[in-house]
Design a protein around this ligand. Structure first.
Ligand SMILES: Cc1ncc(C[n+]2csc(CCOP(=O)(O)OP(=O)(O)O)c2C)c(N)n1
Ligand code: SF4
Ligand SMILES: [Mg+2]
Length: 411
């Protein structure tokens, strides 16, 4: 039964005058309304492009995805919803459909119960009229004479992959009926609607219909794809909490940057510092940065220790900067402010006269960062060094970690 609730908001259509996208949006809204869907029964997932400007237009739930990836998002929403009375509609352009084609094929292959509307204006509208994988050769002639590669037939591809229903419709007066048919299908349906881009589409608007691929309608009778149900526990449940056992002198918040080289125990020294802070009643965050090639190059970690909850984990002005190798120093030296307390290994040549110590020699290649952290903890008295010793107690490397911590006494 047709709903009285409005599927569209009162937001103004953002498209250029005469753009076909507006007609497509109205047809989608009309078909949902006539099928009796209330706005909150529908989750609309949009892609990037002019065709992705639709979120504010719909009073439904809306999610905006990355270019080409909206169908994958739609699959996630559908399987997560797991409710045949709700409808997931994905909208993307021909550019998005070809940039993320694999996601369409996957949704079709699994026959996921959602409707994908491909709004095909035969080009990348938002970025200035470049050709997409759905641009037909007749249309390409209009702009590019040197490329006669056949376009994808996304309707056929979806069908071949197993979609319950896939259809191309070019005649505007049939959009709503075809959409209604597609939305009513159980399983994956794809509707390719032709849409005119009045800004980059063509000089002769009247010829548009000659450029678009022929209408087709294909069906597969298949069971609807379902989510694989697995009994799992929250990952958080398996994380043991840390009870406060020590006291800290920190009243506000301290940001520490630890820098060195791959394999130098930088990330673990930071993690241990954060945990020691938590054992001392502080809130703590830890972030790591290193090249994708994790076995070589720099390794940098940031730790924030704070009396109050940490709402922003970014560290703009570090209170403490520790560098044990040149790799690390070169990465962090520009982050030092006049208020930063700086600890650098004596082998590093710095432009300014920072206090240096033989952290590498005393702590060893793998222990230098932990040795320096321990040195700072003792010097600053932010919490007892026993908090750090407590953190390493149960480690399978306890002996060498304890040695690195204690080596700070020899500096
Ligand atoms: C992965 C990725 N590649 C490229 C872009 C740049 N980009 C933004 S919009 C657009 C074209 C959109 O064309 P289409 O999907 O057909 O939508 P239309 O604007 O035509 O409705 C491109 C290439 C992007 N945002 N993301
Ligand atoms: S650039 Fe083209 S596709 Fe984008 S809103 Fe304008 S007419 Fe429509
Ligand atoms: Mg397009």
């Amino acid at each position: 039964m047709e709903t009285t609730e409005k599927i569209l908001t009162t937001a103004k259509m953002p498209f250029c005058p005469g753009c076909g996208h507006g007609v497509c949006v109205r047809s989608i809204s009309k078909s949902l309304k006539e099928l009796g869907y209330k706005p909150k029964d529908v989750a609309l997932v949009s892609d990037i492009g002019c065709s992705g400007l639709v979120d504010p237009l719909f009073a439904t739930h809306t999610i905006h995805g990355l270019h080409g990836r909206a169908p994958a998002l739609g699959v996630g929403v559908t399987l997560g919803l797991d409710n045949p009375y709700k409808k997931v509609i994905v909208i993307q352009g021909d550019g998005g459909a070809t940039i993320g084609l694999q996601h369409i094929l996957e949704a079709a292959r699994r026959n996921i119960d959602m409707t994908l509307v491909v709004i095909n204006n035969l080009l990348y509208g938002m970025t200035g009229g470049q050709m997409s994988g759905l641009s037909t050769n007749e249309f390409k002639d209009y702009k590019h004479n040197d490329d006669n590669t056949e376009p994808y037939d996304v309707v056929n591809l979806a069908h071949q992959s197993g979609a319950a229903f896939s259809v191309r419709v070019n005649d505007i007066s049939n959009f709503t009926d075809v959409l209604k048919e597609a939305i009513s299908v159980q399983g994956f349906s794809l509707v390719e609607l032709s849409s005119l881009c009045t800004s980059y589409g063509m000089k002769k608007v009247a010829e548009f219909k000659d450029f678009i691929a022929a209408e087709e309608k294909l069906m597969n009778k298949r069971p609807v794809g379902v989510s694989l149900k697995r009994e799992t526990n929250s990952l958080l449940e398996n994380i043991k909490g840390l009870d406060t056992q020590f006291t800290s002198t920190i009243n506000d918040s301290i940001g520490v940057v630890i820098a060195g080289s791959a394999g130098g125990g930088i990330q673990s020294a930071a993690r241990m510092l954060a945990k020691a802070g938590m054992l001392s009643g502080l809130h703590a965050t830890m972030k790591g940065e290193y090249p994708i090639t994790v076995g070589t190059g720099f390794s940098v970690a940031e730790v924030i220790l704070s009396k109050k909850p940490i709402n922003f984990t970014g560290l703009e002005k570090p209170s403490v900067v520790i560098a044990v190798t040149d790799d690390g120093w070169n990465k962090v030296k520009n982050r030092i402010t006049e208020n930063s307390k700086v600890f650098v290994d004596s082998k590093i040549s710095t432009e300014r006269n920072f206090e240096t110590k033989e952290f590498l020699k005393i702590g060893g290649k793998k222990g230098a960062a932990l040795c320096t952290v321990s040195h700072w903890i003792k010097e600053s008295g932010i919490f007892p060094i026993e908090a750090l010793l407590k953190v390493v107690e149960d480690s399978k490397y306890a002996a060498s970690l304890q040695n690195a911590i204690k080596s700070a006494d020899d500096l």
